[in-house]
Write a protein that binds this ligand. Sequence first.
Ligand code: FES
Length: 145
Amino acid sequence: MYSEKVMDHFQNPRNVGEIENASGVGTVGNAKCGDIMRMYLDIDENGVIRDCKFKTFGCGAAVATSSMATELVMGKTIQEALEVTNKAVMEALDGLPPVKVHCSLLAEEAIHAALWDYAEKNGIKIEGLEKPKNDISEGEEEEDY
Ligand code: FES
């Protein structure tokens, strides 16, 4: 059911933890399953993500996608990090079962929320970044779940 990469990232998640005095912190949840994700970003003066950590109270797919997402955004610029969509994360993990696709949205939204927090703290606007939702199940079609 799960690819080897998903199992690996679930069993040995990368970059778990917190960053003290992070440049940006984002927390999002999915009220339907009750899972929560928090993402911490450390962004240098050139707008490059030099560190990224996460904490998840969530299912295995949420852990694996967050772990992969942290690896994908590390070392990237803010603009490049915005291109790390849940689809990109799933591809990097060799796919997820259809019922677990929504879990990958937590990671994407948590990164966006952390970037939003960074932008607010610094009084800047990040091109292409929309205000993230606190609850990713908001506005979702029932049958998607
Ligand atoms: Fe909630 Fe996977 S079931 S994030």
